[in-house]
Design a protein around this ligand. Structure first.
Ligand code: DON
Length: 565
């Protein structure tokens, strides 16, 4: 009898052990804690390959990010570089998220009216072309900080692929030639710039090999001396001398004092998706989360495609207005962030939205117009430990200020133009900005860069794009695509539409709105602005923990490359 009882007990225990094991197995199959593969999507094949080289040498996502960012500085010089800055969103496998704020800063000699003449008028081009347009760069400091604090390999190993690309050169693609054409005059205007980026001072021909020996030396100096290799010593001296010779206002002290800031990213939720995105001084996260908060009040999947587009536009109209009204550098101004990100605030905005009528932007409280430049870059990385990087880096317009500091190969940004050059009054491009984003010494200019992570219990996405003020609307559309279950190859590809409060118009790529959608939107009261050119260059990664699949996609509008391995 006792033996029968023991056997029954044993059977019961074995049964429950099996159930427990099965549950544990199922749980790990459903939410596998680490990705089976790593992935990199960037705007240039050579940069993606540089990242993988470092991963294969035992580096983690942060080492790879140093390699990719440095390589992009060499192979995509029109978009980002050592003379610029950006925002790098990092996720450590332990679960910690942090944003490296490597945004450029106004030099200490900057003044709020520095781009105005004595009569108070904006001097055309001064905040865009030449060394006076350049803020103090942040990218070199970010590379060193990321490698030292988050990476595993020596900085020199992560910079090696970029150093080689710069000193040996690479053959440029058609995109480079198109970009040079658009900024040819400014590139030709400075001897040292023309000597590097043009071919015998003329338009480079297909097959042109871009060699950047000086830049290679600067990268080597950073590899050897870390942050002081750029912000002190011979590089700093040449940067400052060259800038000042051509009318700029940088000082050695500006460079010496530059610091990357670790900031808490912004977080929010949309229909079960947890969103982690850029915090001020980027407006990206605020505008993205505010737009999604407004949209979360609708059963979007039950609405017609044209009604969805109308509501998305109405959400952007309100969120972009708040961008212009309130946002700037958090170290200089107070911003009502908790209000702007509160679902109740969004609900208040939502009640004034009609599903069948556009509301003219000038019916909302007035705020200044925003718009930005024509190039920048983004890359996304996932490693097999589950570390992630979403980084959007910029020198602002194509080839930044067009000014290379003599003997350095470093092309300087023209990010000063992201400040409100004259608060409240339109500048030469018809752009005006708010008081919150006025120029002040040592201040960071407001940005739209929106590196973003999306997370549900089953899925993780890493994404971002260049595109000036349209960055935020592109990322919003990608979040909606993610929410609807589409794959990254479609987020990066589908035609895009955009509204940014002012100008009060829907800008859209060819094919983004069908003829019948266009006429419905016009009947609702929207003004339409069809764009001749495509925009954006999104780089995205999706890890599906359920299936264990990792996908990466590079925007077909660019010539980037996504690899999963
Ligand atoms: O920080 C910003 O928002 C701008 N400087 C970014 C410029 C940009 O994305 C241009 N890209 N196409």
């Amino acid at each position: 009898m006792a033996r029968t009882c023991t056997s029954i007990l044993l059977i019961k225990v074995s049964f429950w052990c099996c159930v427990l094991l099965l549950l544990l197995w199922a749980d790990s199959a459903i939410t596998s804690p680490v990705p089976p593969k790593s992935a990199i999507a960037s705007a240039h094949p050579l940069a993606t390959q540089a990242g993988f080289k470092v991963l294969r040498q035992g580096g983690n996502a942060f080492d790879a990010a140093v390699a990719v960012a440095a390589a992009l500085a060499v192979v995509e010089p029109a978009g980002s570089g050592l003379g610029g800055g950006g925002f790098l969103l990092l996720h450590q496998a332990s679960g910690r998220d942090v944003m490296l704020d490597a945004r450029e800063k106004a030099p200490m000699a900057a003044r709020r009216d520095m781009y105005l003449d004595e009569t108070g008028k904006v001097i055309p081009g001064l905040s865009v072309d030449g060394p006076l347009a350049a803020g103090i760069p942040g990218l070199p400091a970010a590379l060193v900080h990321m490698a030292e604090k988050y990476g595993r390999l020596p900085l020199s190993q992560c910079l090696a692929p970029a150093i080689r690309l710069a000193s040996e050169g690479f053959v440029v693609g058609p995109r480079y030639l198109r970009q040079v054409k658009r900024r040819f005059d400014i590139l030709q205007g400075y001897n040292q710039t023309a000597a590097i980026f043009l071919q015998h001072r003329r338009m480079p021909r297909p097959g042109f090999r871009l060699i950047q020996k000086d830049l290679a030396r600067v990268l080597e100096t950073i590899a050897q001396y870390g942050r002081s290799g750029f912000y002190q010593g011979w590089v700093a001296k040449r940067l400052v001398d060259s800038v000042r010779q051509e009318g700029g206002i940088w000082s050695l002290e500006d460079l010496r004092r530059y610091q990357v800031i670790e900031r808490q990213p912004l977080e929010g939720d949309y229909r079960g998706i947890h969103i982690v995105s850029a915090a001020p001084p980027s407006s990206g996260g605020v505008v993205l989360l505010e737009s999604l908060n407004i949209l979360s009040g609708y059963f979007i999947h039950r609405l017609s495609p044209v009604t969805i587009k109308h509501l998305v536009v109405e959400a952007w109209r309100r969120a972009y207005r708040d961008r212009a009204l309130y946002l700037g550098d958090p170290d200089f101004i107070a911003m009502p962030l908790s209000r702007l990100l509160d679902p109740d605030y969004a609900a208040g905005l939502r009640v004034a939205i009609r599903q069948d009528r556009a509301m003219p932007s000038d019916w909302l409280n007035p705020a200044p117009e925003v718009q930005e430049g024509a190039d920048t870059t983004h890359f996304s990385i996932l490693d097999r430990e589950g570390n992630r990087v979403a980084a959007t880096l910029s020198i602002n317009y194509l080839f930044g200020s067009g000014f290379v500091a003599q003997g350095t190969g470093v092309l300087l940004n023209d990010e000063m133009d992201d400040f409100s050059i004259k608060p409240g009054v339109p500048n030469i491009y018809g752009l005006v900005g708010g008081e919150a984003n006025a120029i002040a010494p040592g201040k960071r200019m407001l940005s739209s860069m929106t590196p973003t992570f999306l997370e549900t219990p089953q899925k993780v996405a890493i994404l971002g794009t260049p595109g000036g003020s349209r960055i935020i609307s592109m990322v919003t559309l990608a979040v909606l695509d993610f929410a609807a279950g589409f794959r990254p190859s479609l987020w990066v590809k589908w035609p895009r539409y955009h509204h940014q409060y002012l100008p009060d118009e829907i800008q859209f790529e060819p094919d983004a709105l069908s003829p019948s959608e266009q006429s419905t939107l016009q009947t609702m009261g929207h003004r339409l602005h069809p764009l001749a050119r495509h925009y954006g260059n999104m780089q995205a990664i999706l890890w599906d923990k359920n299936s264990g699949q990792v996908e990466a996609a590079s925007d077909p509008r660019g010539e980037g490359m996504a690899i999963v391995e």
